[in-house]
Design a protein around this ligand. Structure first.
Ligand code: SF4
Ligand code: SF4
Length: 123
């Protein structure tokens, strides 16, 4: 079971609004992957263990200090997650299949998702 941790930003589903039937496509969006600061999108210890077990120590070592004593994803100078952007798309996650628990739990089509998209000028 995924570890439950407090999230100040990309925080899962605090709202009760059901997701739209036509959820936006995360791999062509990436709006919530641009939070602006290191450590905002928290990474629970279970993710670090999972990545190391999969031979991706590089992911575990790329994190930065985050809120509440946790670590979180590092960001680039433009505020985007260091794992955002592929050859095919600047908005696709490079590690989508093994992305963090916080990323998996953040529901496409939720109120928070749509807010990120509106702020990014996508909706
Ligand atoms: S969860 Fe929403 S804001 Fe985040 S990448 Fe997916 S569609 Fe975009
Ligand atoms: S790991 Fe992938 S899905 Fe998660 S914030 Fe970074 S780019 Fe977005």
């Amino acid at each position: 079971m995924a570890q439950s941790i407090p999230q100040p930003e990309k925080s899962g589903r605090p709202d009760s609004t059901p997701p739209s039937n036509a959820s936006p496509d995360c791999l062509s969006c990436g709006a919530c992957c641009r939070t602006g600061h290191d450590g905002r999108i928290l990474v629970p210890e279970a993710d670090l263990v999972r990545w190391r077990a999969a031979g991706r120590d590089d992911l575990a070592e790329a994190v930065q200090p985050g809120h509440f004593g946790y670590v979180g994803f590092a960001t680039r100078a433009d505020g985007s997650c260091v794992h955002l952007g592929t050859v095919e798309s600047a908005n696709a996650c490079q590690i989508y299949e093994i992305r963090g628990t916080t990323c998996r739990d953040f529901e496409a089509g939720s109120e928070q998702c749509l807010e990120f998209r509106r702020d990014a000028g996508l909706d």
